[in-house]
Design a protein around this ligand. Structure first.
Ligand SMILES: *[C@@H]1O[C@H](CO)[C@@H](O)[C@H](O)[C@H]1NC(C)=O
Ligand SMILES: *[C@@H]1O[C@H](CO)[C@@H](O)[C@H](O)[C@H]1NC(C)=O
Ligand SMILES: *[C@@H]1O[C@H](CO)[C@@H](O)[C@H](O)[C@H]1NC(C)=O
Ligand SMILES: *[C@@H]1O[C@H](CO)[C@@H](O)[C@H](O)[C@H]1NC(C)=O
Ligand SMILES: *[C@@H]1O[C@H](CO)[C@@H](O)[C@H](O)[C@H]1NC(C)=O
Length: 945
């Protein structure tokens, strides 16, 4: 295509240069002028320049280029909302090289046979109109044609064999029509596609083509890069000759009726996208050994012979998306797959995969979907670094376990990352959809920024810094992205801007490689104020997009803001303090916390890339980052409007920076620059208590460890209540706000932050009462009187959670009521909680002080605040319980049993719980990795050491 594109540019240059000194040749060839006038009679909504004179070349009708002889050489009416049909007289413009009528949705009717007279035509581009009827066989006479695109119309009938005569064609696109019949080939039909030796693109997807694809359609002298035959009705086997085209990059044969064995494709070492899904292929699973460039593979839903996991799984080093749903594979998923640096989506649902799912300790950071639903997995090993919300395990035996069944991987509660988008707002944006037909990735999130910068440099002269990108669907692995361009210093774009800037139909824009082949469709544009139909459509489309835009995050605005901030001097960190235009006084006086520039934080989070996000909430998102000195940090970045103003922010950071305690997550610093409010905390590596309790972390919490966590967090809260000046009431104590560090020391997070967060935070009631349902002190809720005892209530719920390993509200049951109802203090072992408490804890046995602990928890959740103990007495009570257990609560580091010594990956032996005990060996965690299987029994009992 490169040569073709260069040729086009040259051609356009020559045409433009020729059109420049118009007055020099004011006389349009009369035959051409008459032809244009005749075409006009069948067209509505033409630019006003049309028909003003009898001299289209001389007075420059929009979209027309002529040569020095007054002959029309280019007719480009892309996206001008033309209505009507294409008259026979088009055949009179015999010097035409470029005919592009794309993106005129109301331009339709049959294609005139007279198009065949345009023997000099090099570019015939009629994308996204409503042309119907057959493809005229006369088009086979266009021997100079290089670029032939009739896609996205309503064409019917079969592909004329005469197209085999288009020997110069590099781009053949008939996709998205209603074409029927077989692929023409020279043996059966006299002429055929096998003759198109220069073709690089066969795009015939989304038709109703049928019959088999003959062997001799392809040969090794072809230059094909993209074969898109998907979504047709092809039958018969896949021709082996496809495997000999050395240039092939994309092969899409999905959604057809192909049968038989997949031929060897191993010589296709440049193939990046391979889609064979939804056919009736049989025999063994295709062997992809040696196809080292593969990035996106989908061979789902075929009838392959059941087999072990193929060995080539471990060789797909560049894979981003591997989809093999229902292909009959069994065995163990190789660990190596999860470490491939580009892997994003792994979909292996509806197979017979069995044994343990062990993803290793080297999971690629960008991984965002592992779907192994409906297999036979009996246990799972998860390591600290994995974000469990991306794992789907429903329908596996391990989810039958009552405890695991409530976890995210088994319930299918995916916290979907928001679709990134760059939106722009203006009255009259020009919008066109760019459709990528075979992206080599599964999730656009990581590449959208790249596309945006790339497109901005292409379109920048027309719409500097006013370019939005909105990806909105991805069906059948097609990716649609709306390009939304705002006019600058003018109300709307004019015809020539649309023609010259936004017409990408001729592939003059080359997107980043991973986006693959594309085409564009312009949305109808309101060129005028008058309330024509086109305008109405424009308004409707515009407002739909506006709504969509408003619903999505204003990433683009943020980005622009950040760009502007680059200019702010970073020499004086407080230079921008107060640059919000509010009076917020002097820069804050901070103790041991530092000011970060936006630039610094961008650097250490890789520009706030999605893959560095470790959490999200109503306030915004939390990102993980690394400072130049190696310190890991967690950055809480507030959404615009979710926090109070600068003054409150300042007060809070002054307050927070004074609070230091080993059981409180330390504030490292903050960032406050033009609208961005960020708090920088120390990074706590082992996640939240709730993740640990619900098995998301692979951490085993035995009784002693739970006591220790209770003590740590009680100490942190006691410090806030009694030693901070002024005292701080946390207001949102819950297991997700208790973090565990590398030694499993608990640290309370988010204290004071509730003061900063406005009422809109999710999980909070919309009155003045702040807190999270399930943990909320009922007295506080009713009286709205906040006291330290409200934190005590919430902490009591956490203590119950430690016993139950269940969220406070689960299956419509409230943990406090559930415990009270089951309670039987005469039961010495577990106080009647046998059936409701964490079975793991139960089986471990040796719960010294359990009754005392439970009593304490119940005191904390007394109805009346004054009946509850203070945080200080809670600390003392837990210390006593721990002493009874032979533990030394006083010193944090004394108990080396809590430390995890080595970072090396060594899986602890798989022990059924009965052999786990509270003896000191149980604390010996010389590995960061723990088996789920140790915590959750395999229902198949296959986990013997
Ligand atoms: C595809 O072909 C099969 C068998 O020839 C036929 O039954 C079916 O209707 C066809 N589907 C379409 C969409 O043409
Ligand atoms: C792949 O290429 C090699 C070397 O050109 C050739 O010997 C082999 O037969 C080819 N394999 C297939 C399946 O075409
Ligand atoms: C794999 O990806 C890397 C990085 O994108 C690229 O440099 C390399 O050429 C790719 N390898 C193959 C065999 O395509
Ligand atoms: C595939 O990977 C295995 C080990 O990971 C290696 O031994 C083998 O040579 C690789 N095969 C190819 C064809 O790259
Ligand atoms: C997995 O299933 C296969 C086939 O049913 C069987 O041979 C193999 O032993 C199973 N592996 C495990 C670990 O259960």
């Amino acid at each position: 295509m490169v040569s073709g594109r260069r040729r086009l540019l040259l051609l356009l240059f020559v045409l433009c240069a020729a059109a420049g000194p118009r007055t020099a040749f004011s006389n349009t060839n009369p035959q051409d002028a008459a032809a244009l006038r005749s075409l006009m009679t069948k067209w509505k909504n033409l630019p006003s320049s049309w028909g003003k004179s009898n001299d289209p070349c001389g007075t420059k009708w929009d979209g027309i280029f002529c040569d020095a002889n007054g002959r029309v050489t280019s007719l480009n009416l892309f996206g001008l909302n033309i209505r009507g049909t294409l008259g026979d007289d088009i055949g009179s413009l015999t010097e035409l090289r470029v005919l592009d009528l794309s993106s005129n949705r109301d331009l339709g009717g049959p294609l005139p046979a007279s198009l065949g007279k345009l023997v000099k035509l090099e570019y015939l581009v009629l994308i996204g109109c409503s042309f119907s009827g057959p493809v005229p066989s006369e088009l086979g006479r266009l021997s100079q044609l290089v670029f032939f695109a009739l896609n996205s119309n309503k064409l019917t009938g079969s592909i004329p064999p005469s197209l085999g005569n288009l020997s110069q064609v590099t781009w053949l696109d008939l996709a998205d029509n209603q074409l029927t019949g077989p692929l023409p080939n020279s043996r059966d039909h006299g002429n055929g596609l096998d003759q198109l030796l220069k073709a690089e693109h066969f795009h015939l997807n989304q038709n109703m083509l049928e019959g088999s694809v003959p062997e001799y359609l392809f040969n090794s002298s072809m230059k094909l890069k993209h074969i898109l035959f998907d979504r047709n009705n092809f039958t018969g086997p896949i021709p082996a000759s496809i495997g000999v085209i050395p240039t092939l990059q994309v092969l899409r044969l999905n959604n057809n009726g192909f049968v038989g064995e997949v031929p060897s494709l191993s010589n296709l070492t440049r193939l990046q996208v391979l889609m064979l899904s939804n056919n009736k292929l049989s025999g063994s699973i295709p062997d992809l050994t040696g196809m080292i460039s593969l990035e996106n593979v989908d061979i789902s839903n075929n009838s392959f012979t059941p087999s072990n996991v193929p060995s080539w799984f471990s060789n797909l080093t560049n894979i981003t998306t591997l989809t093999m749903q229902s292909v009959g594979i069994y065995g163990q998923v190789p660990q190596k797959l999860f470490s491939f640096p580009e892997l994003q989506n792994l979909i292996l649902s509806d197979n017979q995969l069995n044994g343990t799912l062990d993803m290793g300790n080297n999971i690629n950071n960008g991984l965002d979907l592992v779907d192994i639903q409906n297999n036979k997995i009996t246990s799972v090993t998860v390591y600290g670094s994995f974000k469990g919300q991306f794992l789907k395990l429903q329908g596996n035996p391990l989810c039958n376990d009552s405890l695991l069944s409530g976890t995210m991987p088994c319930m299918g509660l995916q916290t979907e990352a928001p679709q990134p988008t760059f939106d722009v707002q203006c009255a009259n944006p020009f919008i066109e959809t760019i459709v990528f037909r075979a992206p080599s990735f599964g999730d656009v999130a990581n590449y959208l920024y790249k596309l945006q910068t790339d497109l901005a440099s292409k379109l920048g002269s027309c719409t500097p810094n006013h370019l939005g990108l909105i990806p909105y669907s991805n069906d059948e692995a097609y990716l649609n992205v709306d390009i939304k361009a705002c006019p600058v210093n003018q109300k709307r774009f004019n015809y020539s801007q649309v023609l010259n800037c936004f017409n990408l139909t001729l592939q003059t824009y080359k997107p980043p490689e991973m986006f693959g082949p594309y085409y564009v469709k312009a949305h109808p544009y309101a060129f005028h104020d008058k309330t024509s139909r086109a305008v109405l459509i424009g308004i409707v489309t515009g407002s739909v997009l506006l709504v969509v835009g408003l619903m999505l995050l204003g990433f683009y605005a943020l980005r622009q803001k950040k760009r502007a901030q680059k200019l702010v001097s970073i020499n004086n960190p407080f230079a921008s303090w107060g640059s919000m235009g509010e009076d917020i006084g002097e820069a804050p006086k901070l103790k041991s916390s530092r000011f970060f520039t936006l630039e610094e934080l961008k650097l250490c989070t890789n520009d706030f890339r999605e893959i560095n996000a470790i959490g999200a909430g109503g306030y915004g998102r939390v990102y993980r980052g690394k400072l130049p000195d190696g310190q890991l940090i967690a950055i809480k970045r507030s959404k615009e409007g979710s926090m109070q103003g600068g003054l409150e922010f300042k007060t809070e950071i002054e307050l927070l920076s004074r609070v230091h305690h080993k059981n409180l997550v330390g504030l490292v610093g903050f960032c406050f620059e033009k609208g961005e409010k960020m708090l920088v905390y120390e990074f706590i590596p082992n996640g939240t208590l709730s993740e640990a309790l619900y098995g998301m972390r692979g951490i085993q919490l035995d009784w002693s460890r739970r006591l220790k966590i209770a003590l740590d967090s009680a100490r942190g809260l006691a410090y806030l209540h009694d030693h901070a000046n002024p005292p701080i009431i946390h207001r949102d104590v819950k297991s997700t706000n208790i973090l565990l560090d590398e030694k499993l020391t608990a640290k309370v997070a988010d204290f004071g932050l509730s003061l900063l967060v406005s009422d809109s935070e999710e999980g909070q009631l919309c009155t003045n009462v702040k807190g999270t349902l399930g943990y909320l002190d009922p007295e506080y809720y009713m009286t709205q009187q906040l006291t330290a005892k409200s934190d005590v209530y919430s902490f009591g719920v956490v203590l119950l959670e430690l016993i139950m390993a269940k969220p406070p509200i689960h299956e419509n049951k409230y943990i406090v009521r559930e415990v009270k109802m089951a309670l039987d203090m005469d039961d010495r072992t577990n106080c009647g909680l046998k059936d409701v408490m964490d079975p793991v804890l139960q089986k471990m046995g040796g719960l010294v002080g359990f009754q005392r602990f439970l009593k304490l928890a119940l005191q904390c959740v007394e109805e009346v605040g004054t009946d509850r103990p203070s945080m200080n007495s809670i600390v003392r009570e837990i210390e006593l319980i721990m002493q009874d257990n032979g533990l030394t609560p006083g010193s944090m580091s004394a108990s080396s049993s809590f430390s995890i010594e080595s970072r090396t990956m060594k899986v602890v032996p798989k022990l059924p719980y009965s052999s786990a005990s509270t003896s000191s060996t149980a604390f010996d965690m010389n590995s960061r990795a723990f088996e789920y299987s140790g915590v959750f029994p395999s229902s198949h009992g296959s986990l013997k050491p």
